[in-house]
Design a protein. Structure first.
Ligand SMILES: C[S@@+](CC[C@H](N)C(=O)[O-])C[C@H]1O[C@@H](n2cnc3c(N)ncnc32)[C@H](O)[C@@H]1O
Length: 386
């Protein structure tokens, strides 16, 4: 039976295999602030991280001071049978309430997790609103009536570890999302692409002023599309901001503006229009010349985001992109991370692999003849094998 909350658009229901969860009672457009909620219980910092002996005493003290009702609420969260009943439950606290405390919210803490993957990715995200002292749950995709609202507990790509093991260790549960239940080869491809992305990002700024900026922008675009395919769509903001900086360093206001607009719109969706992130991006999108190192690398015309990137960023429904075809899978799997990174950066990736090259008439004729010959050969092989 759904339990209504004080928020009319959502309800808490039982979700098979996950305990309780939050569902939408009506259509929720992308970018909507679904809930803004003050934590019902606040505990000292470290509550859900590494707990030292000092920390544990502080937490135990805070727990013993809870009202009976709050203690019952704390107890209502799941805890794996092999875990300590207090430490296991502390994992449900969102890292909010400023720098020195963690909070357990009545409704937001009932949102379940789904991993970021090409099969499925979260439709919501939460963020701590410092000035309101409230945790916000925001729709990052369109959410339909009856659909479960899910966030990712592990959306931080730079600390990425293969999903199931990480979730088991950090949160004490077996995740059965579509990403975790993919065949091992598909998960391996994702792991390799994410590791390559994580190697690409820290090197990016050191390339500014050293390499052809148009090539750098091309690499950024490729990486944006790859992380989007992998479901880490928040990364778009950071990479669009990098592209903005590069264009601003070269004094190209038009291109810089287009990149920063993407960043601004992502921040609006994830953090809201009152956030500092959004306001800074809005200011720079309006006047790229205010960038602190404007035109420091000399004046050069660069490039704004491609149609493909814009389409991805602004399409209404983020449909799950097609998975790579067999030849690409084996090509990626067989490559070590570093060479895959180079392959991705040079554009020889799954995107270019999926776009068939344009052939002239004579090339088409040759290709048809080759295909015919191959078909004949393979049918004769089958006959031999039989
Ligand atoms: C923050 S709580 C979410 C609300 C919780 N389901 C409840 O009943 O109160 C996190 C816990 O929910 C469960 N959970 C969340 N996402 C899950 C998933 N994808 N697969 C399995 N269990 C999940 C796990 O028990 C996890 O420790």
């Amino acid at each position: 039976m759904p339990t209504d909350t004080k928020f009319p658009r959502i309800a808490i229901v039982d979700i098979p295999g996950k305990g309780k969860g939050v569902i939408a009672k009506e259509f929720i457009p992308r970018g909507t602030l679904i809930i803004s909620e003050r934590p019902r219980i606040t505990l000292p910092a470290n509550a859900s991280g590494i707990i030292d002996i000092q920390g544990i005493f502080g937490i135990l003290e805070a727990l013993s001071a809870l009202s009976e009702e709050d203690a019952e609420f704390f107890q209502s969260f799941p805890c794996a049978p092999y875990e300590d009943p207090i430490l296991g439950r502390l994992k449900h606290f969102t890292p909010c309430v400023g720098d020195d405390a963690f909070g357990l919210c009545l409704t937001i803490c009932r949102t379940n997790h789904t991993c970021c993957s090409p099969k499925e990715s979260p439709n919501a995200s939460y963020v701590w609103n410092r000035s309101a002292k409230e945790e916000e749950l925001r729709a990052i995709k369109e959410i339909h009536e009856g659909q479960e609202i899910e966030v990712s507990y592990t959306s931080e790509i730079t600390t990425y570890e293969p999903h199931p093991a990480y979730l088991r260790r950090k949160f004490g549960f077996e995740c059965f999302c579509k990403g975790c239940t993919r065949p091992a080869v598909e998960r391996h491809i994702s792991d390799q692409r994410i590791l390559a992305y994580n190697a690409f990002v820290p090197r990016l700024h050191s390339r500014f002023g050293q390499e052809n900026p148009l090539q750098i922008l091309k690499d950024i675009e490729t990486q944006i599309l790859i992380v989007c395919e992998e479901g880490f769509t928040f990364e778009i903001a950071g990479r669009a901001d990098d592209a903005f900086e590069l264009c601003a360093l070269h004094g190209d206001a038009a291109s810089a503006r287009q990149w920063e607009e993407i960043c601004r719109d992502r921040y609006a969706m994830y953090f809201g229009p009152n956030s500092e992130h959004f306001k800074t991006a809005q200011r720079l999108a309006a006047r790229p010349q205010d960038y602190r190192a404007w035109q420091m690398l000399g004046r050069r015309n660069l490039k704004g985001p491609s149609k493909q990137v814009l389409e991805y960023c602004y399409r209404k429904v983020e449909t799950v992109p097609a998975l790579p075809t067999e030849p690409s899978i084996s090509a990626v799997v067989s490559k070590p991370v570093a060479s895959q990174d180079t392959a991705i950066a040079s554009g020889s990736n799954l995107h270019s692999a999926s776009a068939p090259p344009k052939l002239s008439k004579s090339q088409k004729k040759k290709a048809r003849a080759k295909a015919k010959k191959q078909a004949e050969e393979s049918s004769s092989k089958t006959i031999v094998a039989m």
